[in-house]
Design a protein around this ligand. Structure first.
Ligand code: FAD
Length: 449
């Protein structure tokens, strides 16, 4: 039976008390018997209804940011407590499976002001995920019968939130955040800066806060920080996250007629979709005012023609291809330019190879977010029975890297099922989520170490 946490109860009572938002719950209660429990039906109702979701999100943010609650948590944390760095999909997966396996709630430390990781980078939807919306439980990579965006153990799943083939980042974010609300204690604005330890416990330094000792540390730092951060200026040259934050605000493309995107990975594709108007729409924008005439996409190895795009690029991104040919007025809005580019910001424009742009988005990849003491070389692959690597373990301390941050190579099964044919699958939830869940289910209690 699902027993809601105090925070989930707070969300439920806050939403039920607000008339417009309370409707959210009523609609799903018609189908309550199809959910694992009535509370989970209520949560799905809240997440499906815009006013209900907005109020729930606000309640979570305010609760997690409360400074006196945060200070109490840090002051009273026991030395055997499990602590997680980061509050994304993997933090939520680890916490959910840990609690459902009978262990105490982990403490989650998130450096940002909003918990939820990559998918929660905006509160308003700005990009579509690239794994199809399918019902079902989590499965091994390549299992066609399994759901792909499943967060193991979460109170509600993304497949409860829409029937769209590809869901938005904020649909995933609300699933992650409700899982954290149920299964973890979360502290936002808590950046871990240094870690030291021995074979029993670890000391964790948090910027501007008291230090903490933990019995185990789960390092779920995600895909890292943008490599091109230094080249961005915050206005006309943006990395992916600030660009998406701009797209979540009103009139995000005001004054942008010519734009460039540098980098051809999934972030680059999502940025191009946003500029072409085929991403989730901004809260306030209109073609008459916010139309980008021309997008130059500096990306090596991407198809340059519509036909080639349709043959070589996976389904989720097919819509981009039609902008690679002229429309019936002879205007081609998107051009792929097969080379690297270095933008130079001028006072009123950005220059790339002699062409000027109003906005340049840098999507050239990420590198590890630094934490003293937790360098990659101190970690080795950690496998469970059957020799399946599920994480990386520190050579001397009880610290585990999970998710994309563990950089686990593709397994033989992933090669034979074709999962490894798409390099972006290295970081996909359906590949890495079950591994983190397996780790959480199998580690002993920190009291027993
Ligand atoms: C544009 C884009 C689209 C994607 N689409 C998909 C998709 O469709 N399907 C899919 O499976 N995967 C997708 N991914 C990949 C997916 O987002 C990641 O695999 C997943 O979010 C990783 O989850 P995580 O919990 O490991 O890390 P994240 O969600 O990245 O969370 C890590 C958190 O750690 C925090 N952090 C970092 N350093 C510190 C520190 N020192 N102290 C405290 N906190 C810290 C960060 O602020 C962040 O909130 C996409 C990624 C991007 C960028």
């Amino acid at each position: 039976m699902f027993e809601p946490s105090d925070l989930i109860n707070l969300v439920l009572s806050t939403v039920t008390a607000r008339p417009g938002a309370a409707e959210a719950i009523q609609a799903t209660m018609q189908r309550a018997t199809e959910f694992p429990s009535p509370v989970q039906a209520q949560l799905a109702g809240i997440a499906l209804h815009p006013a209900g979701r907005a109020l729930a999100e606000h309640t979570l943010d305010a609760y997690w940011a409360d400074r006196s609650r945060q200070d109490d948590l840090l002051a009273t944390a026991s030395q055997t407590r499990e602590v997680i760095i980061g509050s994304g999909f993997h933090a939520a997966t680890y916490a959910a499976i840990r609690v459902l396996s009978g262990f105490a709630k982990p403490l989650v430390l998130e450096r940002g002001g909003r918990a939820g990781g990559t998918f929660a980078m905006t509160g308003h939807p700005t990009f579509y995920v690239n794994s199809r919306n399918r019902p079902g439980g989590a499965g091994l990579a390549g299992d066609q019968g399994a759901g792909l965006n499943v967060l193991p153990g979460a109170p509600i799943q993304a497949a409860n939130l829409s029937m769209a083939e590809y869901q938005t980042n904020t649909d995933m974010a609300v699933v992650i955040r409700l899982a954290l609300a149920q299964f973890a204690d979360v502290i936002t604005d808590a950046e871990v800066t240094a870690v030291s330890g021995d074979d029993r416990d670890v000391d964790i330094d948090i910027r501007g806060r008291r230090a903490l000792t933990a019995g185990r540390l789960i390092d779920a730092r995600g895909v890292g920080d943008p490599t091109a951060k230094a080249a961005a200026n915050g206005t006309s040259v943006l990395t992916f996250n600030p660009f998406m934050q701009r797209m979540a605000g009103p009139w995000p493309l005001r004054g942008v007629r010519r734009a460039a995107v540098i980098g051809g990975g999934d972030s680059g594709k999502c940025a191009v979709e946003a500029l072409l108007g085929i991403a989730p729409p901004p809260p306030l924008a209109a073609a008459a005012l916010d139309h980008v005439d021309r997008v130059d996409w500096y990306a090596e190895t991407l198809p340059e023609t519509c036909d080639d795009w349709q043959n070589r690029v996976r389904g989720r991104y097919q819509a981009i291809g039609r902008y690679l040919r002229p429309d019936r007025f002879g205007v081609q809005r998107l051009t792929v330019i097969d080379r690297q580019a270095q933008p130079i910001a001028l006072p009123d424009a950005v220059l790339i190879d002699g062409r000027t742009y109003d906005l340049v988005v840098l999507c050239t990849g990420n590198r590890e977010a630094e934490i003293d003491g937790l360098g990659a070389r101190s970690f080795t692959a950690y496998s469970l029975a059957g020799d399946m690597p599920v994480a990386r373990k520190h050579v001397g301390w009880p610290v585990y890297r999970v998710g994309p941050h563990a950089r686990l190579s593709f397994t033989d099964v992933e090669y034979t099922t074709g999962i490894a044919d798409t390099p972006a699958n290295a970081v996909s939830m359906f590949r890495t989520g079950p591994k983190t869940a397996a780790l959480a289910a199998s580690l002993p209690s920190t009291d027993d170490i």
